[in-house]
Design a binder for this molecule. Structure first.
Ligand code: UDX
Length: 464
């Protein structure tokens, strides 16, 4: 079939992009879609029907959208429940096979999220080239690729159940990664090999190891060792930060929760660099006890704050979760929203610090926009590993001390906010992250590593 293509047909071929239907996955893949569309490639972006926003906000020149039937009622496939997202993703397989089969003549290659394990097999059965996309950094990719080795050696799972303590000695010998404490691994791979999330991680490792190439939203100059280690077995295209390659920061085209916009006007009325932005991404849900300590800490700090509290992230309605009288007492200097235009918020001159869970998108978005000093408060997934990179390797974030029961106390929150906004440490953080931003800016400029890699990818997978 390929041989019959005329040059004209080749030019009109599209790249199909298949994300896992999670907010933190759709966002970077949509940025990749826009980066390619901006370079003259026609891109088809696939989303589950239930997640489909108004088309007008998503479709841009060179980018079309295909909705896949995921067989779930609209409200089930949105949100932070990972099981629902996986169900939605797996339900899409048959619709995807039919569509791809029907369109195969026009498809130059498939870029699939590493979370969608079934995608590469389908592409290869239809003789379509494919490349894997990993949403996090190269260090996390190297660690995940090492999981099968640790399973074979009987080192994983580290413990029998989620509540058992983790061993405290470091795991050595992960190619390209520093020695890691067991607590720095994604929690779900540390216990119960029969749990669906454990099996999912083991599968993710296989998907990455079998990929014919992996696209990563990172920058070569930041992660040379893990990238070199990965390249020993698979071609790696680092193309980060995608936000900068894809155009100006704007609103998300696909929002899993309605955006609250009023916060932008509120930010307009604040003094420069005075507001702490508090956001834990699309999945993390602190316990009620922890939530209340955070609220008390924000109040006691005296700092201005803009706090994202997703409706599904508190165990009880917000009013009941907050300390009595909190909203009244903080109304002149605090603003709570359920979901916001994070890119516009981070770009706003009133923001002076970012208390983040350390999701890879949040970190790279901040480096790409406001570049404000960060506190990293990991909750789950690979966020503890991200903290290691941020706080120990690049020195662009502060850590929080937990008490023995795992809770970060109000006093610690007050202390870290003060360190973030005042004094030497704040200055050092700013200097280090300015250095990182310089590397990153160079990488996306003409001739820089990310921009070259995107070009190479285009040449190797799309234009041929
Ligand atoms: C998770 C992992 O933590 C992350 O490292 C991985 O790469 C993807 O899966 P998540 O927990 O959602 O992601 O965090 P993050 O990676 O920070 O992504 C959250 C996204 O939601 C960001 O793009 C952020 O801009 C957006 N967001 C968040 C909003 O648009 N509005 C908000 O109010 C909060």
């Amino acid at each position: 079939d390929m041989e019959r293509d005329t040059p004209q047909q080749v030019l009109t071929k599209s790249v199909w992009i298949l994300p896992c239907p999670l907010q933190g996955h759709i966002n970077p893949l949509l940025q990749l879609a826009r980066a390619l569309a901006g370079r003259g490639v026609h891109v088809v972006f696939l989303v589950p029907k239930a997640t489909l926003p108004e088309r007008s906000s998503l479709e841009t020149p060179g980018l079309s959208v295909l909705a896949l039937d995921d067989g779930l009622p609209p409200d089930r496939s949105r949100g932070s429940n990972i099981k629902d997202s996986f169900d939605s993703m797996n339900h899409m397989e048959s619709a995807f096979v039919r569509l791809l089969d029907a369109s195969r003549q026009g498809v130059a290659c498939l870029i699939y999220d590493a979370f969608v394990a079934w995608a590469p097999k389908i592409a290869s059965s239809l003789s379509i080239r494919s490349s894997c996309f990993f949403t996090s950094n190269a260090t996390a990719c190297a660690v995940v690729c090492h999981i099968p080795v640790l399973i074979d050696r009987g080192i994983l799972p580290f413990r029998s159940d989620e509540n058992a303590p983790l061993p405290t000695s470091e795991i050595q010998g992960i190619d390209g990664a520093p020695d890691l404490l067991p607590e720095e691994f994604p929690v779900c791979i540390t216990f119960d090999a029969t749990h669906f999330r454990y099996k999912f991680m083991a599968q993710l490792a296989k998907t990455l190891r079998n990929a014919s190439s992996i696209i990563i939203n990172t920058v070569e100059e930041l992660e040379q060792e893990p990238i070199a280690a990965l390249r020993a077995s698979v071609p790696i295209y680092t193309v980060g930060p995608l936000l900068l390659l894809s155009g100006r920061p704007s609103r998300l085209a696909v929002n899993f929760w309605p955006e609250d916009d009023e916060c932008l006007q509120w930010l307009d009325s604040q003094t420069p660099s005075s507001v702490l932005f508090v956001s834990f991404g699309s999945m993390a849900s602190p316990s009620l006890h922890q939530f209340q300590e955070l609220a008390m800490g924000l109040e006691a700090s005296g700092q201005r704050f803009l706090w994202v509290v997703r409706p599904d992230s508190t165990e009880v309605p917000l009013q009941d979760a907050l300390p009595v009288g909190f909203l009244e007492r903080t109304k002149d200097r605090g603003f709570i929203i359920s979901w916001g235009p994070q890119l516009l918020i981070l770009s706003h001159r009133s923001i002076g610090g970012f208390l983040t869970h350390g999701g890879w998108n949040s970190i790279t978005e901040n480096l790409s926009t406001g570049n404000v000093p960060m506190v990293c408060w990991p909750h789950e997934a690979e966020q503890r590993l991200n903290r290691r990179l941020m706080c120990d390797m690049w020195n662009i974030g502060l850590r929080l001390q937990q008490k023995e029961d795992g809770i970060v106390a109000k006093e610690e929150i007050v202390r870290v906010i003060s360190r973030l906004f005042h004094g030497n440490e704040a200055r050092e953080l700013k200097e280090a992250s300015t250095h990182v931003v310089q590397l990153v800016t160079k990488a996306i400029a003409k001739g820089g590593s990310s921009s070259r890699n995107l070009q190479d990818f285009q040449r190797n997978f799309i234009s041929v």
